[in-house]
Design a protein around this ligand. Structure first.
Ligand SMILES: [Zn+2]
Ligand SMILES: [Zn+2]
Length: 302
């Protein structure tokens, strides 16, 4: 508990946001050609309505691509599936597991993660099926500093693509006796998927303004695609400056230079904070607040 607390308090930030549109690679030179991948290469939030409603797609096919030894827990995947059923109208949700060998990297940039997706992804939209790709990595995000509390647990980088740094999830969970690996996995998955739902103001319009703001590189306050309500899964802990007095170290800039942009990179600090909100409750699942629910419902979800 002590260690956990100090990590939490010392935690600086591994959080960066951008609502800009992005997409980098678009090569389709896989052997099997014919598959139209374009619909799965859009920006984070672009498929919010397609995910939430059944208008165009009535099935979700979720490819869980994991490096050998880094498969997510069944408990987390069950909670995650329940969360999808709770907020979308999709009743047909299929998970397929795709075991991959390690890329043997000490750390991964978002561009490397996107390149791995290009090589490894097998599920794409077909007919009325919308495909999602989630990569469970055996390497941390570039620039992580576990001792300083600066770690990235997961990120979204396209309309149907997400990475979970499973190795970091496990490291973080191991620091606390009260928080399990499944808790951290579920919170990370559900938060990041909230961005694929278009939250906050990232493809799904806000019914009432509830977007939080943070400083950009120029010191200006700008909307950061997270929720400003007191208790919400889509909140993010923003601790600019910290002990180093430096603005947001590596992640945002590195990703920008790489050409692939993240809609959200989720920090360990935020996830621990979210889980702490639930202390004393029977479940460790952090819910969406009323404002986020309103937005989702207005864009075809439930
Ligand atoms: Zn986020
Ligand atoms: Zn919210």
């Amino acid at each position: 508990m002590n260690k956990f607390k100090s990590l939490f308090l010392v935690g600086i930030i591994a959080f960066s946001v951008s609502c800009s549109k992005s997409s980098s690679d678009s090569d389709g030179d896989n052997e099997e050609a014919k598959v139209d991948k374009a619909a799965n290469l859009l920006a984070t939030g672009d498929s919010a309505k397609d995910i939430l409603s059944n208008e165009t797609y009535d099935k979700l096919l979720i490819e869980i691509a994991y490096v050998t030894g880094f498969k997510p827990t069944e408990a987390a995947m069950a909670d995650f599936t329940e969360y999808l059923q709770e907020h979308t109208f999709k009743e047909d949700i299929e998970l397929i597991y795709n075991e991959l060998s390690s890329p043997s990297e000490d750390e991964l940039t978002l561009q490397e993660i996107a390149d791995l997706e290009t090589s490894n992804r097998t599920a794409f939209n077909t007919g009325s099926t919308l495909a999602i790709y989630i990569y469970f990595a055996d390497a941390p995000a570039e620039g992580d500093d576990l001792e300083g509390g600066l770690v990235t647990l997961g990120a979204v980088y396209r309309n149907t693509s997400m990475v979970i740094h499973e190795v970091t999830v496990r490291d973080l969970a191991s620091l606390s006796s009260s928080i399990s690996e499944a808790d951290v996995e579920t919170t990370t998955l559900n938060h990041e998927f909230g961005h694929l739902f278009g939250l906050v103001n990232l493809g799904t319009d806000m019914v009432n303004d509830h977007e939080s703001e943070s400083e950009n590189e120029d010191g200006q306050l700008v909307g950061d695609n997270h929720c400003n309500q007191a208790v919400c899964l889509m909140r993010a802990e923003l601790q600019f400056g910290g002990s180093s007095g430096k603005f947001l170290p590596s992640n945002a800039l590195a990703q920008y230079e790489d050409g692939v942009k993240s809609g959200c990179t989720l920090s360990g600090t935020t996830v621990l904070s979210l889980l702490q909100q639930n202390t004393g409750k029977t479940t460790n699942t952090v819910p969406l607040d009323a404002e986020c629910l309103l937005d989702i419902q207005a864009n075809g979800g439930r």
